[in-house]
Design a protein around this ligand. Structure first.
Ligand code: ZN
Length: 508
């Protein structure tokens, strides 16, 4: 007898429906899986066999053929355990097949028959809804993320026996409802408060501007100057995510298998990969492409601590995504695209010994060594950083006597006001949400300069040897500074402050 079950495979952050056909017929007791299965699917044969037996069902001692369609789609992982087991039970008349047509099934089976979570359930649930599927059966671990899709009945079940009970008597099971999870950053994001940062007015101001306009930023300063302390406080002054942003972040985390039973991710991501990170771990990769750090940081912050320690060729991978806001990964059979709209925050020492320009400890590097160090920093990545900020160590008396600074909540309010101005400004544009994302046309429209400002900018271009890209970045930052002051027109003062944040173009 033949049974057909609907399941799905993840492709990027989307999903494709997979049909699982199971035929149980007379013949030698073997089980064959066809339709380009991955080795993991082969392994699932053993799990399915044990799960069926240990859940108290009979494993048919006949010839079993499992066909996964479409055949040209590469399939991976234990996601098909449950549909294969159900197919075998339905084809051997141990499970009711009447609900199989308009429901989707996915999940890994333990040897004892219990149902385990798998990656990518949110995009699968969204695809199921789009296909007109009525309900989806997943593990309890996955039901919160699936329940985020409105208009789809989600059943989070414990084990194979429960799924078979559901098939014969669905009215006994209530669909899961999503936990009320408002999109607000939780206490963890807000627990790191700017009030803890003493002094550092210049760096705090730069952090506020970065948050207000979505700008990339680098802190340059000696060890112990608080670069990391400052960077970690950036998510806490960003406005809360919109529901659409939170949903996209959740989707990316779902595909990466990082949700671990959670529903909606409400916190803006903060990712800080180690400097030994490989290219694929940073931008995504693998035989079945998985999102990398830059995608996991989408709508949040990617923090590269000790930027000069990262391999140059690894940093090269960041260039295109920084321009495009997404990353494409090509494979022979299929290529996938992951979102990568993140703010880049980097930190670095000013030289190899770490103390160039420090007021307390002298630098022991030779001028040549310093030059070599700066050569490592310069180049295409530095060009894409809008704000370059020197951070000084506090003197001992400043450390003990300075009061804590303004708290994150107050800063966040100003940031939010500036972001609202930008949202209205760019309301008609799909690709542009904040000043940092402005293209040439918007720069012309919103960053017009009067004569004194134009003269000032021309002088800076000459003196600092600024590239066209760096000049555009100055205009974008100036626009944000004006927005923070609720000024519609760019003034010379706004521009002058923006130029200040190109301190290191002179050195490079
Ligand atoms: Zn030095």
């Amino acid at each position: 007898m033949l049974a057909r079950i609907w399941s799905a495979a993840v492709l990027g952050i989307d999903a494709i429906r997979v049909g699982v056909e199971v035929d149980v017929a007379a013949g030698l007791p073997v089980i064959a899986v066809v339709g380009l299965p991955d080795t993991a699917v082969q392994e699932s044969k053993e799990r399915v066999k044990a799960a069926i037996k240990n859940a108290g069902f009979a494993f048919p001692m006949r010839r079993i053929v499992v066909n996964l369609t479409p055949a040209d789609l590469r399939k991976e992982g234990p996601i098909f355990d449950l549909p294969i087991a159900l197919g075998i039970l339905a084809a051997s008349e141990q499970a009711d097949a009447s609900l199989l047509g308009d429901h989707m099934f996915l999940g890994e089976l333990s040897l004892d028959g219990s149902l385990r979570g798998v990656a990518g359930v949110l995009p699968i649930a969204a695809a199921a809804k789009g296909l007109g599927i009525r309900g989806i059966v997943v593990s309890q671990e996955n039901c919160q993320e699936a329940a985020l899709v409105e208009g789809l009945a989600v059943y989070g079940l414990k084990n194979l026996t429960e799924v078979v009970d559901f098939l014969s008597c669905p009215e006994r099971f209530a669909p899961s409802v999503p936990c009320p999870a408002p999109v607000t950053a939780s206490t963890t994001a807000y627990s790191l408060d700017l009030a803890d940062v003493k002094g550092q007015h210049h760096a705090r101001r730069a952090l506020e501007i970065a948050a207000a306009g979505g700008h990339n930023l680098i802190f340059v300063g000696p060890p112990g100057s608080g670069k990391t302390l400052l960077a970690r406080r950036l998510p806490g002054i960003l406005p809360p995510m919109t529901f659409a942003e939170a949903l996209e972040v959740t989707r990316i985390h779902s595909v990466a298998g990082l949700l671990k039973g959670r529903g909606l991710v409400g916190d803006r991501p903060f990712r800080s990969p180690h400097h030994s990170a490989s290219g694929p771990s940073l931008v995504g990769g693998g035989g079945f492409p998985r999102p990398g750090e830059i995608s996991l940081a989408s709508h949040g912050v990617l923090f590269l601590d000790e930027l000069t320690e990262f391999k140059r060729e690894v940093l090269e991978f960041l260039r295109q995504p920084l321009e495009d806001g997404y990353v494409s990964i090509s494979r022979t059979r299929q290529s996938v695209t992951f979102p990568a709209q993140f703010m880049l925050v980097a930190s670095t020492n000013p030289c190899a010994c770490g103390y160039f320009g420090d007021a307390i400890q002298p630098c022991t590097c030779s001028p040549r060594k310093r030059e070599q160090y700066w050569a490592r920093l310069s180049g295409p990545l530095m060009d894409r950083i809008d704000l370059q900020v020197a951070v000084q160590r506090l003197k001992p008396e400043e450390m003990t006597r300075s009061p804590g600074g303004e708290g994150s909540a107050a800063v966040r309010q100003r940031v939010q006001a500036a972001r609202q101005i930008q949202q209205q400004r760019f309301a008609a544009l799909k690709q542009v949400n904040c000043n940092a994302q402005m293209q040439a046309a918007q720069l012309r429209e919103w960053c017009a300069l009067d004569d004194p400002s134009r003269l000032l900018l021309e002088r800076a271009i000459k003196q600092l040897g600024l590239s066209a890209r760096a000049t555009d970045r100055i205009l974008k930052v100036a626009r944000t500074i004006a927005d923070l002051a609720s000024h519609e027109v760019l003034s010379t003062a706004h521009l002058a402050e923006a130029i200040q944040y190109r301190t290191f173009d002179r050195v490079l």
